[in-house]
Design a protein around this ligand. Structure first.
Ligand code: AMP
Length: 567
């Protein structure tokens, strides 16, 4: 099949690229009713929107011979929110318009402005850039928009979110009234509608995917896990999926740094993108991902805006996104141009309800699953190993020589075993998740003659369980397991005791380590007690001595205590 367009030279470029059919948004902008009109398009990254506006602006740019119109000043201006996106757009328009002889110039922050000025002076029909830098060039007289025929705002919602409204208005105000305006945006909040109203006339609205239901090619999964298990879950997910490229989202640069070091330490090929990295470091990181030296990218929302990584099939929301829009933006890094992607939300137990509400509100259908266990990963490894080793190889002479020496010195069985081991040692170890560990045993323990009770805002309702509460308390309070006494799970919260001599130190550590991200709050129990009187236990429960349960005696004389597993 060939890509049918009214512009034969652009058609040639598309065919050379191997694009055989238009994506939905490309087909929509090529409809007769869209020709020459202002357009307001809801399209996600990955929908092929760049080629779509490239095609949409063609009638204003090309002569009857299909070649670019001779023009001294730019005919088309494309404004995008980030450097990466602008450069990506520029690369895409360059190959698309190459057969027409058009010149594309890129103007982005962080690059040499003098070179850009020279390029603009040299004459360019298409200018692509970020709002601030374009405005600079406009104000200094290097960018002449008086002959502009078409303006494109790409990811307009992001640009407004990032505070570029004034820059956009100044740029658009410098263009002639008769120009066409094409507005592309993943979402259509009020400020976008207002912008469109002011700068467009009789615009055709195009919406190829239901913007509220996110991206069609992305399968959403959610996993409720113990807060202390998040990192282990990340490790297991990476190991289980073995994605060609995966991106992990964290809320802050500190968390990016921490996760990056921790994954590097375990042997993953990983890079980081956050506000603390220079443009040069960003370019290196992205290049490493493109040429597969790295397969995992840990990033903050802002740092990952607009990046396009072919082969990115897994997005993990290591920390729950702020809102559904952020969730969709982050997830939209995968499932691009018809490829399948998976977006996985790691949800600390205490946050499950909030996340369920967010998904429901945004009409995102997510499947709730458990993270893969170490056994499941080993099983998947074996499958992959077999399929890799059973694939026929095309041997070189050198390889054949080595193979023959091996066969002369060892049995085929030994060689096969060595191969399997060599394959396995390349892989980081999967983690045992807390929920699959044995629960802490109970038993009386000295050291708790004087104890202070604390409250934590997770209870039975949030799947609270001593198995994951204990490591969480140790990590947050900088204490060891033996310094946490009884843990009592109530409906909406839990209570636990700490020896009074270390209670102040525990509280200080808990305050210092508080982070909003896991939704867990730990405070002193005002009444210094294990909480409300327990319900009368069922008879069966009474007989079951091993079952962790609330103390039965209000005076706690015979209070049972949690102990370390195996004493
Ligand atoms: P975009 O939504 O513009 O970020 O595009 C996502 C990716 O899809 C880019 O790498 C495009 O080159 C690619 N693409 C665009 N149009 C097509 C098409 N018709 N067929 C296949 N891939 C496409």
């Amino acid at each position: 099949m060939t890509f049918q367009t009214p512009f034969s030279l652009l058609g040639d470029a598309l065919a050379a690229r191997g694009y055989s059919a238009p994506t939905a948004v490309q087909a929509a902008v090529l409809e007769d009713e869209a020709l020459g009109r202002d357009l307001i398009v809801s399209a996600q990254t990955g929908s092929g929107k760049t080629v779509a506006f490239g095609l949409a602006m063609a009638p204003e740019m090309l002569g009857t011979d299909g070649k670019i119109l001779p023009a001294r000043t730019p005919l088309a201006l494309v404004i995008a929110p980030t450097r990466e996106l602008a450069m990506q757009v520029s690369r895409e328009l360059s190959w698309l318009y190459e057969p027409t002889g058009a010149r594309v110039v890129t103007c982005v922050g962080g690059m040499d402005p003098m070179r850009e000025r020279r390029a603009l002076n040299g004459g360019a029909q298409i200018v692509v850039g970020t709002p601030g830098r374009l405005r600079d060039h406009l104000e200094r007289g290097a960018l002449d928009l008086t002959g502009l025929a078409v303006a494109v705002l790409d990811e307009a919602d992001e640009m407004l979110d990032m505070g570029f409204r004034e820059d956009l208005e100044e740029l658009l105000d410098a263009t002639p009234d008769g120009r066409r305006t094409l507005l592309f945006s993943a979402t259509m909040p009020k400020p976008i509608v207002a912008l469109a109203k002011r700068y467009q006339s009789n615009a055709l609205r195009i919406s190829t995917a239901d913007a509220s239901s996110g991206h069609g090619d992305i399968a959403y999964q959610a996993m409720a896990i113990a807060p202390a298990d998040i990192e282990n879950a990340v490790v297991n997910l990476l190991r289980f999926h073995e994605a060609e490229t995966a991106i992990l989202f964290c809320a802050t640069r500190d968390n990016v740094r921490h996760l990056h070091s921790s994954l590097t330490e375990r042997g993953f090929a990983v890079v980081a993108l956050s506000g603390e990295h220079s443009q040069n470091e960003r370019n290196h990181a992205l290049q490493a991902l493109r040429d597969r030296r790295a397969r995992v990218c840990v990033a903050t929302d802002v740092a990952a805006r607009g990046i396009d990584l072919p082969g990115l099939s897994l997005v993990i929301h290591v920390e729950v996104p702020r809102d559904a829009e952020t969730l969709q933006h982050r997830s939209g890094r995968t499932g691009r141009a018809g490829k399948k992607g998976t977006a996985i939300l790691l949800v600390p137990y205490p946050r499950r309800r909030r996340v369920e509400g967010m998904l429901r509100g945004a009409k995102i259908p997510a499947e709730w699953l458990s993270p893969p266990t170490a056994d499941e990963i080993r099983a998947a490894d074996s499958e992959r190993l077999l399929s890799t080793l059973l694939t026929p190889v095309e041997p070189s002479e050198a390889d054949t020589a080595i193979a023959q020496r091996l066969l002369a010195e060892r049995s085929p069985e030994d060689i096969a075993l060595a191969l399997v081991q060599a394959y396995r040692t390349r892989l980081p170890e999967p983690e045992e998740l807390l929920a699959s560990e044995a629960p802490p045993q109970q038993g009386p323990r000295p050291g708790f003659e004087a104890s202070t009770w604390f409250r934590i805002n997770v209870g039975r309702r949030h799947n609270a369980d001593p198995r994951w509460l204990l490591p969480l308390l140790c990590r947050r309070g900088h204490v060891s397991r033996s310094e946490i006494g009884a843990i009592r799970i109530l409906g909406n919260e839990s209570r636990f005791e700490v020896p009074t001599p270390i209670a102040a130190r525990f509280l200080a550590a808990v305050r210092r380590t508080a982070s909003e991200d896991d939704g867990v709050e730990i405070i002193l129990a005002e009444d210094n007690s294990p909480g409300e009187a327990p319900r009368k236990p069922h008879r069966g429960q009474e007989r079951d001595a091993k079952r962790p349960g609330p103390p039965r005696d209000r005076n706690f004389k015979h209070r049972k205590r949690m102990n370390k597993p195996n004493g």
